[in-house]
Ligand binder design. Structure first.
Ligand code: F7E
Length: 275
């Protein structure tokens, strides 16, 4: 089905047609840096998009039939007020993206409390995989490492190398989303690994997996700096562990290695096809 969360009628018609029992709202303009350039569009999709789905569920009288998952984000913590961040840590978003997601978070709670919808917020920290878009730092690095290793690129230009993130494997995190909708009572959960690494650490391991040294290839280009940066994020997944029985399975090193290996395989296939 085609769709767009800026189109209310389409959402209503699609729900009527598909009759889902679970809706996972992952729709977003999800790039933090881009949200500074298109803030109004980001708010329309990321904040009002969530409201439109909730309002569709309510106006179709399906509040008892559909469970709803809202993709919250660690970007809501932004300039962190506490370390590590838990479900109780106050938000301080640092981008139009983060601000729009705070609206999505609260409107989800508001519809849960006002209309008794089974609605949950997952507050997911960064989650990565070989499917990650090339505009995000992890995939930009692993794709760059693969190209450098295969001799088709000779440098990798990045922004803030000191930013620290709690990076996990997307497959593990999607499992947590599903678990949230299988509980008896809707609630909100931080999903994170509880481990933190810098962009520089990520580069070091990624270059290390192919026997190269990051210092020989990585340069800093201020074009990739953000007007306001989120310097450090570290989640406490304790509640998800106790209440959902969820724990991440893939380690940071395994994640980086998996992403580099997949990029090397993909680029080797592309080179073969071209020759
Ligand atoms: O940046 C720094 C950048 O764009 C991570 C989204 O899925 O996760 C993601 O948001 C860090 C930042 O992800 C480059 O300044 C350095 O500090 O990979 P990112 P993000 O902004 O953390 C959260 C949880 C979401 O919800 C978002 O939707 O890396 N950085 N150099 C760079 N970032 C990029 N993109 N490109 C660089 O060259």
């Amino acid at each position: 089905h085609y769709g767009d969360v800026t189109d209310s009628l389409m959402i209503i018609n699609l729900i009527r047609k598909v009759k889902p029992n679970e809706i996972y709202n992952l729709s977003a303009q999800s790039h933090v840096a881009v949200s500074f350039q298109i803030p109004e569009y980001t708010a329309n999709v990321d904040a009002l998009g969530c409201l439109r789905i909730l309002e569709a569920i309510k106006s179709l009288n399906l509040t008892k039939k559909i469970k709803f998952y809202q993709a919250g984000t660690s970007e809501m913590f932004g300039k962190v007020q506490e370390v590590p961040q838990t479900e109780k840590t106050p938000f301080y978003p640092r981008s139009p993206y983060g601000v729009a997601k705070v609206y999505g978070y609260w409107i989800t709670i508001n519809y849960r409390e006002s209309y008794d919808i089974f609605a949950c917020n997952g507050i997911l920290f960064n989650h990565e995989s070989p499917l990650r878009g090339l505009e995000f730092v992890t995939r930009k690095i692993t794709d760059g490492v693969a190209r450098i290793k295969l001799g088709i690129q000779n440098e990798l230009l990045l922004g803030n190398l000191e930013a620290k993130r709690d990076w996990g494997f997307a497959g593990d995190f999607v499992h947590a989303m599903w678990l949230m909708l299988q509980t008896d009572k809707p609630d909100d959960y931080v999903i994170a690994t509880g481990e933190q690494h810098s962009v520089r650490d990520f580069c070091e391991i990624a270059f290390g997996t192919v026997g190269l040294n990051l210092e020989d290839y990585v340069g800093v280009d201020p074009r990739f700096y953000r007007p306001a940066e989120v310097e450090t994020l570290l989640g406490d997944p304790g509640k998800a562990k106790t209440e959902l029985g969820w724990e991440p399975q893939v380690t940071f090193e395994q994640l980086v290695t998996m992403m580099v290996e997949e990029d090397i395989k993909r680029i080797e296939r592309e080179i073969k096809l071209e020759s």
